[in-house]
Design a protein around this ligand. Structure first.
Ligand code: NDP
Length: 249
C-alpha cells in the first residue's frame, strides 16, 4: 500500500467561508495540507486565511461565486499558479432554502440548481484537465442524506439537487477511474451550520430550527472528508454518510 497522508496535499475548497467548508479547511491545514479557499464572503475567507497562516499553515483565499464559471476557474488557477498541482477539490458550496412547491419560489429553485449542481459542475470542469494531466486527483462532492430520501414538503428541489450530486459523483467515478482520479460523495445529516438560514419561509425555518437541535458539529463532517483524503492512492472511499445518532432519516 502507498503512503497515506494529508500533509502537503493541495486542497481546493468551495464554500469555505463558514460551516463544513471552513471546518474542513481548518482541520486539513492543521494536518499540513495547503488549502485554497473560495466563497463570496471574502472578509470571512481573509480572516480564516490569516488565522491559518498565523498558526503556521498554508492557506490562500479567493472571492468565488460558484455560479460564475470564470470565478471557479480563477480559484483553481490561483491554486495551480501557487502550488503547481491540485490534489483535491472539495465541491462543498451549497444552499438550502426550504419551502413547499406551491409557494412557487422559482428564484430559489434557480439558485439551488445554480449553486448545488452547476457550481459543482464548474468545479469539475476546472480541475478535470489538470487532474487528468497529473494522472492523479481526488474530487469530493458534498451531497446530503436528502440525496437518498426526498424531504417533502419543503425540500423537494433541494433533494433533487442532491440526487443529482449522487448521480454525478457515481458517473464521474466510473468515467475517471482510468485516469487515477478518486471520487467521493459525503452525505451529511443535520449539521450545525448557517445552512438553514437560507430558508425564507417562516414556518419552514421554525421546523428546521427544531430539527437542527440534534445537529452535530461541522467538524464531524470535516473528519469524514479528512478520512477519505488520507487513504493511500489506490484506495477510494466512494461514499460516507454521517448522521446525528438521534436522526432517523
Ligand atoms: P453553510 O451555509 O455554513 O455553508 C455554505 C457555504 O456555501 C458557505 O461558505 C457559502 O459561502 C457557500 N456558498 C453559497 N452560495 C455560494 C455561491 N454562489 N458561490 C460560492 N459559495 C457559495 O452551510 P454548510 O456548511 O452546512 O453547507 C456546506 C455543504 O454541506 C452544502 O453543500 C450543503 O448542502 C451540505 N450539507 C449540509 C448539511 C447541514 O445540515 N448543514 C446537511 C447535508 C448537506 P458564501 O455565502 O460566502 O459564498
Amino acid at each position: 500500500m502507498g503512503p497515506s497522508t494529508i500533509a502537503d496535499k493541495v486542497v481546493v475548497i468551495t464554500g469555505a467561508s463558514s460551516g463544513i467548508g471552513e471546518s474542513t479547511a481548518r482541520l486539513l491545514a492543521r494536518h499540513g495540507a495547503k488549502v485554497v479557499l473560495g466563497a463570496r464572503r471574502k472578509d470571512r475567507i481573509d480572516t480564516i486565511v490569516k488565522e491559518l497562516t498565523a498558526s503556521g499553515g498554508s492557506a490562500l483565499g479567493f472571492t468565488t461565486d460558484v455560479t460564475q464559471r470564470g470565478d471557479v476557474e480563477a480559484l483553481v488557477k490561483g491554486a495551480l499558479d501557487r502550488h503547481d498541482r491540485i490534489d483535491v477539490l472539495v465541491n462543498n458550496s451549497g444552499v438550502m432554502p426550504i419551502a413547499p412547491m406551491a409557494a412557487l419560489k422559482v428564484a430559489e429553485w434557480d439558485r439551488m440548481i445554480d449553486v448545488n449542481i452547476k457550481g459543482l459542475l464548474y468545479g469539475v470542469a476546472a480541475v478535470l484537465p489538470i487532474m487528468r494531466k497529473q494522472r492523479q486527483g481526488h474530487i469530493i462532492n458534498m451531497a446530503s442524506v436528502l440525496g437518498f430520501k426526498v424531504f417533502a414538503p419543503g425540500g423537494t428541489v433541494y433533494s433533487a439537487t442532491k440526487f443529482a450530486v449522487r448521480a454525478l459523483t457515481e458517473g464521474l467515478r466510473i468515467e475517471l477511474h482510468g485516469d487515477n482520479i478518486r471520487c467521493t460523495m459525503i452525505s451529511p445529516g443535520a449539521v450545525a451550520t448557517e445552512l438553514p438560514d437560507s430558508t425564507s419561509e417562516e414556518t419552514a425555518r421554525k421546523n428546521l430550527r427544531e430539527l437542527y437541535k440534534m445537529a452535530v458539529p461541522a467538524e464531524s463532517i470535516a473528519r469524514a472528508i479528512a478520512y477519505a483524503i488520507e487513504q493511500p492512492p489506490e484506495v477510494e472511499i466512494d461514499e460516507i454518510v454521517v448522521r446525528p445518532t438521534a436522526q432517523d432519516f
